[in-house]
Design a protein. Structure first.
Length: 97
């Protein structure tokens, strides 16, 4: 079963305190689903239509684990803590192998 990657792109951070609350809760909520954070921050370089926006790349053991983590009550609580503190999108994609 291939791993899955969860890519979060932050278009705008409106409230750093809400983001900090989310950042404390999300790793705890996702740990039971095998999350491993590969990178986070502002890109060092961008090309073509790339934007210098904060992003986070997380690895999960499978697509099912990534989706279950997102839908879990603990992660939903973390999202509530974030609220309107950021404008962002999440994309979950399976690895090729």
């Amino acid at each position: 079963m291939p791993k899955a990657y969860w890519i979060t792109t932050y278009r705008e951070i409106k409230d750093p305190a809400k983001l900090a609350a989310y950042a404390k809760m999300a790793p705890v909520a996702l740990a039971p689903f095998g999350v491993r954070y590969l990178c986070r921050g502002v890109p060092d370089a961008t090309y073509e239509a790339g934007l210098k926006e904060r992003l986070v790349v997380s690895e999960f053991p499978s697509l099912e684990k990534a989706i279950a983590g997102h839908d879990s009550p603990g992660y939903q609580d973390a999202l509530k803590a974030l609220g309107d503190g950021a404008v962002r999108d999440i994309r979950i994609i399976s690895a090729l192998e």
